[in-house]
Design a protein around this ligand. Structure first.
Ligand code: HEM
Ligand code: HEM
Length: 183
């Protein structure tokens, strides 16, 4: 079942909201846990982020098979280009964020936990209890830089995307949002 101009398939709608809502939750927990130093949130953030990469991959695969949806609003070519660029950035972001997170934590020696189960074990430092030894400090550092930079950039991109959706709904009064809601 593919997308048509009138109606999106259940896959497009289901994957959009599953990835979208989880992504927003991870952006919020990421900033909150770091700024407020809430270490109990770290394993939850990591576990959900690692699992999300599987759904995000399925979504990218679906998008590549299905093509991009045709716009239903009356926006001009400039706005359509911005919306299309935003969709690309969001799609790439849903892969870049979990991958950079895994680079930072995995190569940093902190391990990759999925709700108590270790996809990659921690690498404890025998000389300093409670500390870890990075498996590859360069990969971990690049992961950290990417995760932080892309994270803050994507917060702005998501705000733009949601503002665009609400503008279509409330100001242009077209079917852009209702089509993504499956109505
Ligand atoms: C879609 C998935 C993800 C999103 C949207 C996301 C988002 C964020 C954001 C916005 C921050 C705050 C950035 C900062 O101030 O440094 C953050 C921090 C962090 N994230 Fe993620 N993240 C995701 C997946 C992951 C994964 C899979 C891991 C590890 C396996 C991870 C590990 C971390 C860690 C360790 C921090 C704290 C960094 C620090 O203390 O400096 N994240 N995340
Ligand atoms: C409450 C938040 C959100 C709302 C209201 C919303 C709304 C929408 C709407 C109405 C469309 C259809 C646009 C069109 O027909 O041209 C759309 C498409 C899209 N959205 Fe969102 N969105 C939200 C969050 C997100 C998030 C967080 C992401 C990224 C992780 C995302 C990624 C995408 C992508 C890539 C598309 C292109 C179509 C597709 O691949 O399914 N959205 N969104």
């Amino acid at each position: 079942m593919r997308d048509s101009e009138q109606q999106f398939s259940k896959w497009t709608i289901g994957l959009h909201w599953l990835v979208g809502i989880t992504f927003i939750a991870l952006l919020i927990t990421g900033v909150v846990m770091k700024e407020a130093g809430i270490y109990a949130l770290y394993p939850i953030h990591k576990s959900v982020g690692i699992l999300l990469v599987l759904v995000a991959l399925a979504r990218v695969f679906w998008r590549s098979r299905n093509g991009w949806p045709k716009p239903v609003g009356n926006s001009g070519p400039g706005m359509r280009l911005v919306a299309h660029l935003v969709h690309w950035m969001l799609l790439i972001g849903t892969l870049l964020m979990p991958i950079s997170g895994m680079m930072m934590s995995g190569a940093g020696g902190h391990g990759l936990p999925i709700f108590g189960w270790q996809l990659l074990a921690m690498n404890p430092d025998p000389a300093n209890p409670g500390e870890v030894i990075p498996l590859n400090a360069t990969v971990a550092e690049w992961g950290h830089i990417l995760h932080e930079l892309a994270g803050y950039m994507l917060i702005a991109v998501v705000v733009l995307h949601v503002a665009g959706a609400l503008k279509h709904h409330w100001i242009d009064k077209d079917r852009t949002l209702t089509r993504m809601l499956g109505r």
